[in-house]
Design a protein around this ligand. Structure first.
Ligand code: IFM
Length: 446
């Protein structure tokens, strides 16, 4: 299967060095310090210490045979207060990381925002501030100015659904707000504007032809059967706005790619819907080169009924990961197929993987057979979509290494590489060796 094979991480989840070399605090630094927010009181102060061990980590990527590595930039490491003074030491770190990757012929794919927002900006209203899209675009300009002589692939935002819905409506993620639905929609609108201005900033500052995408979380319903009406019901649920929250796909990706909010959302949000300048949509809807998506599981199943699509929850019999997420390989088929049909952009799976109960066993290895089985079954579904003509250009396992899993702290291990969080020792899991073979053979076994 001709595809770019990679693995993903994000800055707060692996870098550590939370106050090293002039980095400013992020909202996650603050949120983790509030008692009760994170399991076991964990935080990302040290995490995998990737900031200091990046060379070793790139060596392991090379050992696995990764063709590309997706990582994110920590905004407060680059601009400690979010706007204004630039921290050259922070940029130097990413400079060195990019150079080390390129020396090993690993192509960098940079996510410009994966949730670690500068704390100083929250004190200025955060994403509710109408200037927030411009703050983001200015930060993007600084990064692109510095790295684009070597980097061509950029993702503007990771999972806007999660950091806006869970961080601004539900107090489950940083910054821990519980805004009204209307204010959350306003914050979301500013993120969309930031995406648009960010795209413009990349194109204006890039020293090479840039390739730009964004990476929403995919929320997908699986058809309850292969009957056309059930497939239609699942499609309708996937591109609907079933709840009065912002955890759905079309609210985010329709404006970005199609240039308008979905009617279903405007109806659903009713009186909470915000007013905005119609010209904003021209800024939000910028030409994109690819559509990245993070896929883990199907939400539930859907079947047709006389009153519209009916949801069928997965029962206790379905296999589940440590996160309690159902194992549903078909998500890679339906989601890529439907998003490709709707948005007509080449697709990248920017995250896919699972948390298992892994430990270093008596023989010194990590025998994560469940992860191998998971990846093999999911990738077969990816191949099915690709064989049917879906233009899938990249696949990134989540994650390169065990890391800080947000409110779950270090309890959930998603890595191809085991990390002992006390010593920092890295051990390739069996799945990493399996992935190495898969990459070397371009997925011949699938
Ligand atoms: O760890 C997260 C990542 O930061 C965003 N996508 C989902 C992953 C697993 O929960």
């Amino acid at each position: 299967m001709q595809i770019t094979w990679g693995a993903s991480t994000s800055s707060y989840q692996i870098e550590g060095a939370w106050n090293q070399d002039g980095k400013g605090p992020s909202i996650w630094d603050a949120y983790c310090r509030e008692e009760g927010n994170i399991l076991h009181g964990d935080n990302g102060d040290v995490a995998c210490d990737h900031y200091n061990r990046y060379a070793e980590d790139v060596g392991l990527m090379k050992d696995i045979g990764l063709q590309s590595y997706r990582f994110s930039i920590s905004w407060p490491r680059v601009i400690p207060k979010g706007t204004g003074t630039i921290n050259d030491k922070g940029l130097e770190f990413y400079d060195k990381l990019v150079d080390t990757l390129l020396a090993q012929e690993i192509d960098p794919l940079i996510t410009l925002f994966h949730w670690d927002y500068p704390l100083a900006l929250i004190h200025r209203g955060g994403w509710l501030n109408p200037d927030s899209p411009k703050w983001y675009a200015d930060y993007v300009s600084v990064v692109v100015e510095r790295l684009s002589d070597r980097v061509t692939n950029w993702i503007t935002f990771n999972e806007p659904q999660v950091f806006i819905n869970e961080g601004h409506l539900n107090d489950f993620h940083a910054p821990g707000l519980q805004l009204s639905l209307s204010d959350t929609l306003r914050a979301g609108h500013h993120v969309l504007l930031a995406h648009g201005l960010g795209c413009q900033a990349i194109r204006a500052h890039s020293k090479q032809v840039a390739r730009i995408g964004w990476a929403p979380a995919g929320k997908t319903w699986a058809p309850a059967s292969d009957q056309p009406e059930d497939i239609e019901a699942a499609h309708e649920m996937t591109f609907g706005v079933p709840n009065k929250d912002l955890f759905n796909d079309p609210w985010w990706s329709d404006p970005v790619v199609l240039g308008h909010y979905p009617e279903a959302g405007i109806q659903r949000y009713g009186n909470a819907m915000i007013d905005f300048n119609p010209e904003d949509m021209k800024t939000i809807c910028q030409p994109l080169d690819f559509f990245a998506i993070n896929l883990y599981f199907c939400e539930s199943m859907a079947k047709a009924s006389p009153t519209g699509p009916e949801t069928i929850q997965y029962d206790g019999n379905i296999p589940r990961t440590m996160m309690d997420w159902p194992i549903t390989p078909e998500v890679l088929y339906w989601s890529t197929k439907w998003n490709y049909e709707r948005y007509k952009l080449p697709m990248i799976i920017s995250e896919n993987g699972l948390a298992c109960m892994d430990w270093v066993q008596a023989d010194g290895a990590v025998h994560d057979t469940q992860r191998i089985d998971f990846y093999a079954s999911y990738l077969k579904e990816l191949k099915r979509a690709k064989d049917e003509g879906v233009d899938i250009t990249g696949y990134y396992a989540w994650s390169l290494m065990d890391n800080f899993e947000w409110s779950q702290g270090y309890r959930q291990r998603f890595g191809l590489i085991h990390v002992d969080m006390d010593t920092g020792k890295r051990t390739l899991k069996d799945s990493a060796k399996w992935y190495r073979n898969l990459i070397a053979t371009q997925g011949a076994e699938l």
